[in-house]
Design a protein around this ligand. Structure first.
Ligand code: AHR
Length: 659
């Protein structure tokens, strides 16, 4: 990957040294009678970016690719159909366009219709449909001449080109208007095609052609793919960071993410090329564009729907520093800062305010309650510091209640990292600093104590993007296997133990389309019909669904040293459920007999949730989505302690009632 040439570590073979010799009968002692620092109970969240077809072609379930004919090649994804000698012509035109943000449209001119003349669309690597599902087929249509075609027939073609769904639009005039009809599908296939046919001579203009499922999460219009959102909701995420990632920055400033463009009417959201379209020569994705059908309103709604706090990240006047590094001059920064101020009003302002009214018009009069805002994504250097300072001054003056998230750059250590941190600890007095680590599993195992030595005052840490890379940073051969996941599990005990410093954590990237990804590993994989969580997903879930509200003092074998010989642990009290929660990661090849004593806990039985695999190469898949997944059992206390056998390469969560 061109993004990060550093930190490429090899991860071949078995990870964990030692441990055939681990002592029998180790002890983890937790003092539940002495709750310590308060934790952010919403510490574990999700990081979303439209990479790997995670947005268009994924979470955003529009089935028609290039629906507005605005790809660089305007007919990309569309092909001509001229059945049985039909004659006609396809033209991309701009005269009398739908609107200025959507300047191209398709004109179908039919000379001799025969059995039908028109176009097909192949969707996002095929159109995935389930038997019985209903879709809304819609398009903006006009017939410019007199006596043009009176109807447009849409057919969904399944295997063998069998028609598995139909809908007809009719009654056109010489003015653009949106027409829609319901299409019910009679067969399941991941690779249908949508065919649009005209059976009368004349001219017909089309734009914003859409095939949209009725079955979205919570049944929302322009809503999101149900199974993918469900996987997010199951994590009970504390926050949702959006829209990225490098996508925020753009390769050039003209391609930076512009949130205001994304809260307009769908047909007026100006589309741009996705910055991941050609980032990787080894994974070119020429059909990857951002329609912004999934825009800021949809992100805020998603956050609300999954119970997560919204964390938008905005461009700070800097394009991606791995690409053009184009920077808005300081005297041209004002529009970027105004965008940030307006975003707070969009999210939190009353419906009577300018931007609150936009939110209300979109359907949400009540504020979204945004408390966090990211200034820039992966920025570094003095140019970033200067710009952050200006943003912070304006935002803190008007909205002191908003916590700002600053960047510590792309690497978890080094000169740039130190420079940024010293500025945030010093004059800038940062609130929360975002750290990224795309490192080898060994790094994760070796760095669980990373935050033990961080100062207890000053900015908090957001472990905003992390994922163990089994082959090297963003290498296409990285795997979402248990080797990576158990290393992350071990590392995260250290995030939790330092929960007074580390306030938020999220794995990255979130989604990968099995037929259209650019970057691996990813937390959740999907195809056009199905999806599954990786072992890494279940590690995140173990933490996010077992988070606590206060740290508890913990010792392994009578000492605060942690980890010990491949045994990592953390403990919290959850004063909402009244549970003491102990997490133990056995990162060795041996079974570890461990006694867990929670002084101050009264429960005679405990819930024990285990995530384990003896095979470090184990993965989940569409066929075996829960090959590595948590299993819950119960344990009974003997003389006030729980005696567990920690399986080789396992993560265990024990929950017992506090006194
Ligand atoms: O998660 C993939 C990319 O990694 C993100 O877009 C960026 O922030 C980081 O370089």
């Amino acid at each position: 990957m061109s993004l990060r040439s550093t930190a490429i570590l090899s991860a071949v073979g078995l990870l964990f040294a030692g441990s055939a010799q681990t002592p029998p009968g180790e002890t983890i002692t937790v003092d539940a009678s002495r709750p310590g620092a308060a934790l952010n109970p919403a510490m574990f969240g999700v990081f979303f970016e439209d990479i790997n077809f995670g947005g268009d072609g994924g979470l955003y379930p529009e089935r028609v690719r290039n629906r507005s004919f605005e790809f660089t090649e305007p007919l990309y994804g569309w092909s001509k159909v001229d059945q049985g000698g039909a004659e006609g012509e396809l033209n991309i035109r701009t005269e009398g366009a739908l609107n200025a943000s959507n300047p191209h449209y398709l004109r179908i001119r039919v000379y001799s219709p025969g059995p039908g003349y028109g176009v097909t669309n192949g969707g996002f690597r095929g159109i995935g449909v389930e038997s019985g599902a209903e879709f809304v087929f819609s398009a903006y249509v006009r017939t410019p001449g007199t006596g043009g075609p009176k109807s447009l027939k849409a057919s969904l073609l399944g295997g063998g080109n069998n028609v598995i769904g139909e809908a007809t639009l009719a009654g056109f005039s010489s003015q653009w208007r949106k027409y829609e009809a319901t299409m019910r599908v009679s067969a399941t296939t991941p690779r249908a095609q949508l065919r649009l046919m005209v059976t009368e001579p004349g001219e017909i203009d089309l734009d914003m052609v859409s095939l949209y499922p009725k079955d979205t999460f919570k049944g929302r219009q322009n809503g999101l793919r149900r199974d993918l959102v469900q996987l997010l909701a199951d994590l009970k995420p504390g926050f949702l960071r959006f829209p990225g990632g490098c996508i925020v920055e753009g390769r050039r400033l003209a391609l930076a993410y512009d949130w205001k463009n994304t809260v307009k009417d769908l047909a007026e959201r100006r589309m741009i090329v996705n910055r991941w379209n050609d980032e990787f020569a080894h994974r070119p994705t020429p059909d990857y564009f951002q329609t912004f059908g999934l825009g800021f309103y949809e992100y805020f709604l998603l956050a609300e729907d999954i119970g997560a706090s919204p964390l938008p990240v905005l461009n700070c006047g800097m394009a991606c520093q791995f690409n053009s590094s184009e920077t808005a001059p300081m005297d041209k920064l004002e529009p970027y800062i105004q965008d940030a101020l307006d975003l707070v009003e969009f999210a939190n302002g009353p419906a009577s305010s300018k931007w609150g009214a936009v939110r209300a018009r979109l359907g949400h009069p009540a504020p979204f309650g945004m408390k966090l805002l990211g200034i820039g994504n992966e920025q570094w250097g003095p140019r970033y510091i200067e710009r952050y300072k200006r943003f912070a001054a304006a935002l803190k003056a008007k909205y002191p209640e908003i916590q700002l998230v600053g960047s510590s750059g792309p690497s978890p250590a080094g000169q740039e990292f130190d420079y940024l941190w010293s500025n945030f600890r010093g004059e800038l007095k940062g609130d929360i600093i975002d750290e990224h680590y795309y490192m080898a599993p060994q790094w994760f195992l070796a760095n669980s104590a990373r935050y033990d030595k961080y100062p207890r005052t000053g900015p908090k840490v957001f472990a905003g993007e992390y994922a163990a890379q089994t082959a090297g940073t963003a290498r296409p051969t990285n795997r979402n296997n248990w080797e990576a996941a158990i290393a992350e599990a071990a590392f995260i005990t250290g995030l939790e133990r330092n929960g007074d410093v580390v306030t938020m954590a999220s794995y990255a990237p979130l989604f990968g389309h099995l037929d259209a990804w650019q970057w691996t590993p990813n937390l959740i994989w999907f195809d056009n019909l199905k999806s599954y969580g990786t072992p890494n997903y279940y590690v995140q879930k173990m933490y996010s669904t077992n988070a606590g509200t206060n740290l508890l003092p913990l010792q392994i074998n009578g000492s605060a040293a942690n980890p010990q010989n491949g045994l990592y642990a953390s403990a919290t009290l959850d004063n909402r459920s009244g549970d003491v929660i102990v997490k133990a990661v056995n990162a060795t090849a041996s079974t570890r007999p461990v006694t867990i004593k929670a002084n101050g806990a009264s429960g005679a039985s405990a819930r024990v949730i285990t995530l384990a695999s003896g095979d470090l190469k184990a993965e989940n898949s569409i066929e075996k989505p829960t090959n590595v997944a948590p299993v819950e059992t119960a344990a009974t206390a003997a003389a006030g302690a729980f005696h567990l056998q920690l399986a080789p390469y396992s993560m265990t969560v024990l929950r017992v009632r506090a006194r």
